[in-house]
Write a protein that binds this ligand. Structure first.
Ligand code: HEC
Length: 185
């Protein structure tokens, strides 16, 4: 009698398993959220992403990897501050005049001329006016003022902060100082 109950029990268990597995319909899923995640729309508005219609803004004060912030501001006072306090952090050994010349010819020579005398091709072809020579005594440019000018631009001259990284800007500054010295000879 006992063994009959055991056999019946096993049969019932087998039937209950078999009834769960149907090939004609999807099977029962445990923890369905593990298989089917919520499809968040980019820029959608959700409780977990409160910024509706906007990419998340980086936390205040965060900077991209490898980016070096420039603390001096884009103003006449900032220009004067750079002129009086800012020095080229590259040592003489770190300055690579070959590389600096290459960058200078690519980005600056078209207006300022490859000698820095203000006679670039755009000036010769009368496409742009008012390009100063680096030796212009009235301007008396120096390392700091040149870095500020490259970083922010000045009047008709645009900023080159996006084309040149920090080291490259200082390389170009060193090259501009060399051109200035050559012009003053
Ligand atoms: C599109 C033409 C153009 C290009 C390219 C250009 N500049 Fe200039 N630059 C100017 C003009 C115009 C001025 C005069 C701005 C003013 O004082 O009104 C100027 C002024 C300057 C000055 C003098 C600023 C001062 O303190 O009075 C320096 C230094 C200088 N540029 C460096 C550079 C360097 C370095 C590059 C390349 C990274 C460059 N420029 C590229 C047009 C250009």
């Amino acid at each position: 009698m006992k063994s009959l109950i055991k056999i019946l029990g096993i049969i019932m268990v087998l039937i209950s398993f078999a009834s769960c597995k149907k090939n004609s319909a999807p099977n029962y899923q445990f923890f369905p959220q593990m298989y089917e995640s919520v499809g968040y729309e980019a820029y959608g508005s959700y409780e977990v992403f409160p910024n509706e219609q906007a990419a998340l803004i980086p936390a205040a004060g965060s900077i991209p990897r490898g980016y070096v912030p420039f603390e001096i501001e884009n103003s006449t006072e900032g220009y004067e501050l750079a002129k009086t306090t800012l020095k080229n952090p590259l040592s003489e050994e770190q300055v690579d005049l070959e590389l600096a010349k290459e960058l200078y010819v690519i980005y600056c020579g078209i207006c300022h001329g490859n000698k820095g005398d203000g006679q670039g091709n755009l000036v010769k072809r009368e496409k742009i006016l008012g390009i100063p020579s680096y030796a212009d005594a009235g301007r008396a440019i120096n390392e700091g003022s040149t870095y500020h000018t490259i970083y922010y631009g000045k009047n008709a001259m645009g900023s080159y902060a996006n084309q040149l990284n920090e080291t490259e800007r200082w390389q170009v500054v060193a090259y501009v100082m060399k051109l200035k010295a050559d012009l003053e000879k």
